[in-house]
Design a protein around this ligand. Structure first.
Ligand SMILES: NC(=O)c1ccc[n+]([C@@H]2O[C@H](COP(=O)([O-])OP(=O)(O)OC[C@H]3O[C@@H](n4cnc5c(N)ncnc54)[C@H](O)[C@@H]3O)[C@@H](O)[C@H]2O)c1
Length: 337
């Protein structure tokens, strides 16, 4: 039985809580949140702490879920790893690539296991497309377009003021909403990034420090060309769309479905289930990834998404930001990083 705990019971912490309490091989032993009002949201029999330090001194969980504002991901992970506990952490890995590199050392330094929540890699449609692309049947990937068009109201930033403060969030729509799309673009390209040129800005007048809109050309080492667009200034949350063009075929991920583009039309290849633990835009793979990680913890076998996997998207975000301020193309050093 995996003894689990959650630090940060906000919007996504509640999704983790519902997954953990639905697993037969897991027990939620504690929740930690500085907001004491969150205690009323926890199931009976679960302990509540309002201090991370006190929680770490008193409890001996097998895994701790980090569901905190971005600036707390690395410092809190460092404390948990030092205490010898495994970690399931929400994205992004860290505020930027420099902090991410520090994070990547934690598994080895403290002998703990850390899983990064890039849950969309486990969507059925993602897995089918990834396997088709890597099969070689359709030739090389030549182009990828990823677009995110969502809406975040002023109230969203007021409910979590850290989201609009650069030092606490590390940015806006790129690191908060579109990081999954950047991750999948790099994942589907199957190649390191060569160079990035991009632009960011604010088109909603909220007076925040972070971007609400971004666009970039991402050139991959294998010659594939990427176009990334992201905005939370849309009229609503529309489906993320990822188009992948190969030498011999084209594919589109949209509305939790995967299509093959052929004869001027689209043929359905795969769908995701529509049982969501949280908002539809989070997808439905939080449960799948948590379950996979817990099985690896229990059996000592199996894979999970390691912190290093979170680095390419952080590097792309840093590069888009830099390119936007200098007006220049940012060339990449060879991965890993
Ligand atoms: N994987 C996904 O699809 C997905 C979706 C949404 C959010 N997220 C990520 O989840 C994380 C949390 O986002 P959110 O929207 O739930 O934020 P939120 O602001 O709703 O929740 C954060 C919680 O952390 C608590 N907290 C703050 N400082 C604390 C501290 N020092 N100790 C203990 N508790 C503390 C707050 O009181 C709050 O309850 C972010 O990293 C976000 O990017 C991931």
């Amino acid at each position: 039985m995996i003894k689990a705990a959650i630090i940060g019971l906000g919007v996504i912490g509640e999704v983790h809580l519902s997954v953990i309490t639905s697993l037969e091989n897991a027990r939620l032993i504690a929740v930690c949140d500085t907001d004491k009002a969150k205690q009323k949201k926890i199931p009976p029999g679960t302990l509540f702490y309002s201090s991370v330090e006190e929680f770490l001194q008193r409890e001996k969980p097998d895994v701790v879920h980090i569901c905190l504002p971005h600036y707390l991901h690395y410092p809190v992970a460092q404390k948990i790893a030092e205490a010898g506990f495994n970690i399931f952490t929400e994205k992004p890995l860290a505020l930027n690539a420099a902090e991410g590199r520090e994070y990547c050392g934690l598994e080895k330094r403290y002998g703990v296991k850390i899983c990064l929540c890039l849950q969309n890699r486990l969507n059925n449609t993602t897995e089918v497309l990834y396997n088709l692309l890597r099969s070689g049947e359709y030739g090389e990937v030549t182009g990828i377009r990823g677009s995110v068009a969502w809406y975040r109201s002023k109230a969203y930033y007021e409910a979590g003021p850290w989201r609009g403060v650069m030092a606490q969030s590390g940015g806006g729509c790129m690191i908060n909403q579109a990081i999954h799309t950047l991750d999948l673009m790099r994942y589907f390209a199957g190649s390191p990034v060569k160079s990035v040129k991009g632009n960011i800005g604010q088109i909603l007048d909220y007076g925040l420090e972070v971007e609400d809109t971004a666009s970039a050309r991402i050139n991959f080492e294998n010659g594939a060309a990427g176009l990334f667009t992201a905005s939370v200034a849309n009229f609503a949350d529309e489906s993320v769309e990822i188009n992948v063009r190969c030498e011999k075929a084209g594919f589109v991920l949209r509305d939790q479905k995967l299509f093959k583009v052929e004869n001027g039309g689209e043929a359905l290849l795969a769908s995701d289930s529509d049982a969501y633990a949280g908002k539809k835009v989070y997808g439905n793979s939080h449960g799948k990834l948590i379950d996979q990680f817990y099985r690896a913890l229990e059996t000592g076998e199996g894979s999970w998404i390691h912190p290093e996997e979170g680095m390419p998207s952080l590097r792309i975000i840093d590069a888009i930001r830099k390119s936007s301020s200098t007006g220049e193309t940012v060339e990449f050093d060879v991965e890993p990083f």
